[in-house]
Design a protein around this ligand. Structure first.
Ligand code: SF4
Length: 505
């Protein structure tokens, strides 16, 4: 690794290119280039390119030419130079603000071939498929897009379960992490949840589930022992005390029930020798940033209550509130949060009740943790113009509800969410298979008139994939597609996909 890059290049105050960086880059390039080619390279352009690409994962090649006042031919030349050095590749993909986007979504989507298939209108079983199996939900979270009165008709349960089983049968087996069980509504409200977990396990898919844990009681676990066979279980937390839970979920027993279920589940899991990787998810809301420290104390408490002598929670995913209407952190709040994240990081290393807890900071908070306080996920929201050009990439992700409806946008897949049915690209029961649905989509049989407010149907993943599709379109038109861009196309050559959904390491 070129050591001074991390220190200087991605910091907020980057403007002048220090002589140290020039020297380090020169030394590195000498390893890969002969003197004739090296003499044609302006090292400061290389450094600026790493800065631009590493700071903004969605920057278009045409815009890079404009910012650096260089021609397309120059950029093609410099991209080819960047590709030659493994250290420079490492800088591009693992250090800057873009690194989480690249690791969590961009590179996995590119590696999967789903974006290529989308462009070429090829048949492709979606890279990620959400199984939104819940029948109802006991919470009424303030930020949730669902229709609080909506419930699936119980009589459709059996047909829904058969439909999911058929879908799992149909799926190719080249990606063990293709499916995840989530909502929609609360998955544990589905009394046949165990059957779905079992069908995934039989086909050797990694099984993962998100739940609010309200129903994760001993009684339910005894009835649905398959929950202990999950590979990953992630609980969405909506506060750290009774008042916050009540305010967010509107449920008066929410806090008490969830926080008594978690240690009991952990104890049972240990007693049964279950290998499920267990984690918590917490959205760091603007008004509650300081609560993060309380959450960390809660994790210590949970471990103690479960009777453990050390931490037995595998991961904590921290997320910025990405909902379009949410209040965003101001500059001072970002600085404070950045300090807090660093403090939490230290705490984890020093407490035996926290050690081994992996924290995934997600797209936005990862940058803050690294000290980059100028940008946030909000800077990567899909714009109205981008949404009208590209309103989704079903080859990369769909969500399937209990009726078999296949939604191309994840937050549209809430039953009876006003207007969201417009984003159903097919129905697995009527259309027969996912292959038929994607084929119909490729043959332009799906039409939708997009509206500005529809952007609310996108979750963080959808935002990233749509930005990526727009970037890809622009770069192709400009004549610098991904293959000729700055990142080595070696990333495309993976034999087995292994992108995890719940958290990244
Ligand atoms: S966010 Fe989840 S738990 Fe909250 S109301 Fe919506 S579906 Fe239920």
């Amino acid at each position: 690794m070129i050591k001074n890059f991390e220190k200087y290049l991605f910091q907020d105050d980057f403007n002048d290119i220090s002589s140290i960086l020039v020297e380090e880059t020169n030394v590195n390039l000498k390893k890969y280039l002969n003197s004739e080619i090296l003499s044609k390279v302006d090292v400061s352009t290389i450094i600026k390119l790493i800065h631009l690409n590493g700071s903004d994962p969605f920057i278009k090649q045409e815009d890079i030419c404009k910012v650096l006042s260089i021609t397309k031919e120059d950029l093609l030349f410099y991209n080819s130079i960047l590709k030659k050095s493994s250290e420079l590749q490492n800088l591009l993909t693992t250090i800057g603000l873009a690194s989480k986007f690249l690791k969590n979504t961009i590179l996995p989507v590119i590696q999967s071939g789903s974006l290529d298939a989308f462009n070429k209108k090829q048949n492709y079983f979606p890279f990620k498929v959400g199984l939104f199996v819940g029948i109802s939900c006991m919470f009424e979270c303030t930020f949730c897009g669902r229709n609080y009165d909506a419930k699936y008709n119980r009589s459709t349960l059996d047909a829904g379960i058969e439909m999911y089983k058929k879908l799992i049968e149909e799926a190719p087996d080249n990606d063990p992490h293709r499916f995840y069980i989530s909502g929609g509504l609360e998955p544990l409200t589905n009394p046949k949840i165990g059957e779905i977990i079992n069908s995934l396990s039989v086909k050797k898919f990694k099984t993962s589930m998100y739940t609010n844990a309200y129903m994760l009681t001993e009684k339910l676990l005894n009835k649905n022992k398959e929950i202990f066979d999950l590979d990953y279980l992630r609980i969405s937390l909506y506060g750290t005390n009774h008042e916050e839970y009540l305010q967010t979920t509107k449920h008066k027993n929410g806090y008490q029930q969830v926080f008594s279920n978690i240690p009991k589940y952990l104890k049972l899991k240990k007693d049964r020798g279950s290998k499920t990787q267990f984690g918590l998810n917490y959205i760091v809301l603007k008004k509650y940033t300081e609560k993060l420290e309380i959450l960390i104390d809660k994790i210590i408490e949970i471990n103690k209550e479960a009777g453990f002598e050390k931490n037995d929670i595998d991961f904590l995913t921290l997320r910025e509130d990405f909902s379009v209407d949410s209040e965003k952190y101001n500059d001072q709040e970002k600085i404070n949060l950045s300090k807090l994240l660093k403090k939490v990081d230290k705490q984890i290393k020093n407490s035996s009740f926290l050690k081994s807890l992996h924290i995934d900071y997600g797209f936005a908070l990862d940058g803050l943790k690294k000290g980059y306080t100028k940008k946030s996920l909000a800077d990567s929201f899909v714009t109205e113009e981008e949404f009208h050009k590209n309103f989704g990439v079903p080859h990369a992700s769909v969500a399937v509800d209990l009726y078999g409806d296949v939604y191309m946008l994840r937050e549209a897949a809430f039953l009876d969410r006003p207007g969201s049915k417009r984003y159903i690209i097919g129905n697995l029961i009527k259309d027969g298979s996912m292959q038929n649905i994607i084929e119909n989509y490729n043959n332009n049989k799906f039409k939708v008139e997009t509206k500005k407010d529809d952007i609310g149907y996108l979750d963080a993943w959808d935002h990233v994939v749509i930005k990526l599709a727009n970037q890809d379109d622009s770069d192709r038109k400009f004549g610098i597609p991904f293959e000729l861009g700055p990142i080595s196309d070696k990333v495309k050559k993976v034999e087995k996909l292994s992108h995890k959904i719940h958290y990244s390491e």
